[in-house]
Design a protein around this ligand. Sequence first.
Ligand code: NAD
Ligand code: IPM
Ligand code: MN
Length: 354
Amino acid sequence: KALYKIASIPGDGIGTEVIPVGQRAADAAAAKHGFSIEWTEFDWSCERYAETGRMMPEDGVETMKAFDAIYLGAVGWPGVPDHVSLWGLLIPLRRELDLYANVRPVRLLKGVSSPLAGRGPEDIDFIVVRENVEGEYSEIGGRIYSGTEQEMVSQQAVFTRRGTDRIMDYAFRLAQNRKRKHVTSATKSNGIVHTMPFWDERFAEVSKKYPEVETAQFHIDILTAHFVQHPDWFDVVVGSNLFGDILSDLGPAVAGSIGIAPAANINPEGVYPSMFEPVHGSAPDIAGQGIANPVAAVWTAAMMLDHLGEKDAAQTLETAMEAVLSDPASRTKDLGGTANTKVCGAAILKHIER
Ligand code: NAD
Ligand code: IPM
Ligand code: MN
């Protein structure tokens, strides 16, 4: 009987409210499909930072390498500057484990209504593939002459041929296995942003390896408009770190709520464990009230089980969450329902266990 060792890092805010729901759901799916999960919890968070001066121990990333996967809630809390919490935990995990493919599916689930008039589940079903370790999120630059009239900040965007090609390859391979076989590139290639003509060159070059996959490309500005007006145009959308970040909040918004959006930070070569975290953050505005939507965490757990090879268990989780979303009494407030985290989580669990 398979046993998976998974590190859980609930993190901050609603991370600590939704991760336990996802764990219980994953355990229930595991029991149903004949495998088990050994969870090891890590208290890495802003609270830990306040006590110890570090988001995680010095050998934190090294510790993660012993696990089959990492299940993370959210990082960031008022009082600790975001650059401290993020560069102290989330970003090093993504980079040092070379989790270069951030895979963020967007689907209008049955029972959820889109803010876009007249759109149904058949219209919104795409995946944002976001480059996750380089691009605009670079460490080159910073602030100088702080507090003086000469004060300035800069940050160098870094696009390597290896990094660009491998994220595009990932997007094309994903598209090859989908019905539509279509990849859209998010760009800004009018030459104002120097990195983007290079991105386009690599997209054209990499696409030659996948003649059966259709392609399109749009400048990021009009692409955001197309997400709203023509979500049905998209199948796989590949973007740089920043463009992919923006598109992966916009996508879930047109599909109902950021509260359901899942994400997988993948190391496709399998050298390091991949990390699974909802797209949303710690939501300080609703944290502690027990009203956060746990569906993103459950869908994220489904992506994790799928990645571990437990396809049937992943399907069980997806079926359960979709069934539950059809009932307003088990949907949370962000989706126009009346349930809180506990009620929604219990409904999902009940559906899995039946
Ligand atoms: P956020 O995603 O935390 O919240 C944005 C809005 O969406 C808020 O109004 C929130 O209440 C709502 N929301 C988010 N998740 C929800 C859920 N599950 N159910 C219901 N409503 C939900 O983004 P933010 O406010 O920009 O960031 C807050 C903090 O989280 C910051 O410190 C930020 O750096 C951090 N953050 C972390 C991650 C991560 O760890 N992956 C991702 C995004 C933001
Ligand atoms: C996300 C988040 C992070 C990102 C932040 C918190 C650094 O917005 O996971 O989408 O931009 O990658
Ligand atoms: Mn984001």
